[in-house]
Design a protein around this ligand. Structure first.
Ligand SMILES: Nc1ncnc2c1ncn2[C@@H]1O[C@H](COP(=O)(O)OP(=O)(O)OP(=O)(O)O)[C@@H](O)[C@H]1O
Ligand SMILES: O=C([O-])CC(=O)C(=O)O
Ligand SMILES: [Ca+2]
Ligand SMILES: [Mn+2]
Length: 644
């Protein structure tokens, strides 16, 4: 052999004249079997493997038609003739055979007239995969980039946080009777008609687009109390965010999905109409419990969807005698469960993500007769000043599939600078919960042994850890205190005290005492211990002292989990009457009593009294409420506050 490849000419068996060159010395054909670039692309992808045979009677086609009709019904205008013509798939990919559906006439209420909008197709991108959503975001949404670790960096637009003042609930007869209204309540009223105006506005906007994203997903890992949600949105960012944050159905669960229990219409940047009754800005987030719907206009901040659904759970679950909680949750190797309550930024995600324990969830849970269950399928971590050393699990979760909101990165390598606050201080990462290596799947656990209330006290007067009696736990749970620093500019600023009932006043729907009574009952029944942990300042207020080291807080929390803190020696603090340990392993004893850490003793006492006064004033609104079956608990709770 001279080394030349031996080439044979073959005739196609069908008599075609195509020539194929076969090389003996090479394993495969060096030229591609495509005539055009489109043909080449068509070879690139094989269809997703069939979802397997299914025991139900429906054929694949019937199921598909039903699914399209259900989506068309969701998107239907309530005033025009039919639901929109729905076609699945990206409008840019014209080679796909369109499968069209629209809601049959008889299923829709008042017939008015055919309009141009009924003649157009609405393309639906249904439960796309993260890879497909990345492509959509990068092609069509400004501000979308892949970071150096593979996350999808996005911008949420003008709003980089939630807008509680623009969140409204329809006050019909049932809602008026059942929900908490008035001072302190997060439920700002609107009437049904105005809701319908906004709903129609959102639906019209969504149908006017080339395409919309639809997610069908679940809430709550407790299968008996699982809620089916549909999210219709205009952006791939929103679809990927919810893909990560809600529970992802398996292919067969998706086939059986049927009609959702609740639907979100997220029109994102499209504003509400200021001439609509009740509207006070161009942003409106509206919930109708009767219609089982939520409408979002004029904000693209994705947290509105997450927390809107959380509000819904705060209504639905107590009806089933299940307590909904704004808390993180993890479990030790021995099955000991801890809940972490706290307002935004106090450490729920940071402290529930713990290398030595199983993560059940970082933000929203249910406590039922069977134990605890996570409501969500993902985590939503703050990433300002995130570091690999201090929070390794969160750091490592920021990879392909994760949505990174409003972060800043360098233009070439796309390395994120987590210290950069140029867009906002509220930078966030949303990732599926299984990105945390020691996740507990399914995300459920037994009854909690410890209930940890987190406060980031920028006044620096609350002890780093204290053990609470049941009535103290209730007092602090109803108070829902934290104090963060006022601004982000240089210079000393007064800390800003915030009180948010049940550590989540923005999300509760019933009166806080309803949730408090349920918590007291459950803690008593299952023998859980309450703790107050200050993740904020030590050694003085903001400006003088400094934030307590995360490593110290972790040691204190370790001692709670292990049970060793129960056996410590305690002394009682003045005014707040908190039981504080005199020694905890791995933590300098002198910081356990905040009075020791203040150089200015008068300043300490003054600040302590000031904070106690703020607690007292805040609690006045609750003094007239009866908690539990008799009034005893109310009296005890009142007595568990600061005394001075
Ligand atoms: N001692 C400490 N304990 C806890 N967190 C600390 C401490 N010191 C600094 N931090 C920082 O505080 C932030 C706590 O935010 P985290 O995401 O845990 O809030 P969250 O309670 O989950 O809020 P949200 O409900 O808004 O998600 C993190 O950025 C963390 O790094
Ligand atoms: O809702 C958000 O934007 C983040 C969050 O978890 C909270 O504020 O409690
Ligand atoms: Ca969090
Ligand atoms: Mn939260």
């Amino acid at each position: 052999m001279d080394g030349d490849d031996k080439v044979e000419e073959l005739k196609m068996p069908d008599g075609g004249d195509t020539e194929i060159k076969v090389s003996e010395s090479e394993e495969s054909d060096p030229t591609v079997r495509a005539q055009t670039i489109d043909e080449l692309h068509s070879l690139q992808k094989k269809p997703t493997t069939p979802r397997g045979s299914h025991p139900t009677i429906h054929s694949e086609d019937q199921r598909h038609t039903q699914q399209l009709q259900s989506i068309s019904a969701s998107l239907a205008s309530l005033t025009r003739e039919t639901g929109p013509k729905i076609v699945k798939g990206d409008p840019a990919r014209r080679y796909e055979v369109p499968r069209v559906s629209h809601v049959p006439h008889h299923l829709l209420t008042p017939t008015i007239a055919v309009s141009d909008s009924a003649l157009k197709f609405t393309h639906v991108l249904y439960n796309l995969s993260p890879a497909e959503l990345y492509e959509q975001a990068i092609k069509y949404e400004k501000g979308s980039f892949i970071t150096s670790t593979g996350a999808l960096a996005t911008l949420s637009g003008a709003k980089t946080g939630r807008c509680p003042k623009d969140k409204r609930v329809v006050k019909d007869e049932d809602a008026e009777r059942e929900l908490w209204w008035g001072k302190g309540s997060p439920n700002i009223e609107m009437d049904e008609h105005s809701f319908m105006v906004n709903r129609e506005r959102a639906v019209d906007y969504l149908n006017s687009l080339d395409k919309v994203f639809v997610n069908d997903q679940f809430l709550n890992w407790d299968l008996e109390n699982r809620i089916k949600v549909r999210i219709v949105s205009a952006r791939a960012y929103h679809s990927l965010f919810m893909h990560n944050m809600c529970i992802r159905p398996t292919p067969s669960e998706l086939e059986d999905f049927g009609a959702p229990d609740f639907t979100i219409y997220n029109a994102g940047q499209f504003p509400c109409n200021r001439y609509t009754h009740y509207m006070t800005s161009s942003t409106s987030i509206d919930i109708s419990l009767a219609r089982k719907e939520m409408v979002i206009l004029g904000t693209q901040y994705a947290g509105e969807m997450k927390k809107g659904l959380f509000s819904l759970m705060h209504y639905l679950m107590p009806k089933r005698h299940i307590l909904s909680l704004h808390s993180g949750c993890n479990m030790g190797k021995d099955g000991d469960v801890a809940l972490f309550f706290g307002l935004s930024g106090t450490g729920k995600t940071t402290l529930s993500t713990d290398n030595n324990r199983y993560l059940i969830g970082d933000d929203e849970h249910c406590w039922s007769e069977n134990g605890v269950s996570n409501i969500e399928g993902g985590c939503y971590a703050k990433c300002i000043d995130l570091s690999r050393e201090k929070e390794p699990d969160i750091w490592n979760a920021i990879k392909f599939g994760t949505v990174l909101e409003n972060v800043v990165f360098d233009d070439h390598f796309r390395v994120v600078d987590y210290s950069d606050k140029s867009v906002t201080e509220n930078t966030r990462a949303a990732y599926p919960i299984e990105y945390i290596p020691n996740v507990k799947l399914p995300c459920v656990g037994p009854h909690p042994r410890n209930v940890i209330l987190l406060a980031c006290d920028a006044f620096g007067v609350l002890p780093p850890v204290s053990r609470l009696s049941l009535s103290q736990t209730m007092y602090h749970f109803i108070s829902g205190y934290t104090a963060l620093v006022a601004g982000t500019e240089e210079g000393i600023k007064e800390p800003q005290a915030t009180f948010s009932a049940c550590f989540g006043a923005a999300f509760i729907m019933l009166h806080p005492t309803k949730y408090a009574a349920m918590l007291a009952e459950k803690m008593q029944k299952h023998g859980a211990t309450g703790w107050l942990v200050n993740t904020g300042w030590s050694g003085g207020s903001y400006g003088c002292g400094s934030r307590i080291k995360l490593s110290f807080t972790r040691k204190l929390i370790d001692a709670i989990h292990s049970g060793s803190l129960l056996d410590a020696n305690y002394k009682k603090t003045e005014i707040f009457g908190l039981e504080i340990p005199t020694e905890v392993e791995g933590v300098p004893s002198e910081i356990l009593d905040p009075e020791n850490t203040w150089a200015d003793k008068d300043g300490y006492r003054e600040t302590l009294l000031k904070l106690a006064g703020l607690f007292k004033k805040n609690f006045e609104t609750f003094t007239n409420y009866k908690i539990g079956e008799d009034n005893n608990l109310t009296e005890e709770i009142l007595a568990a506050g600061p005394i001075f």
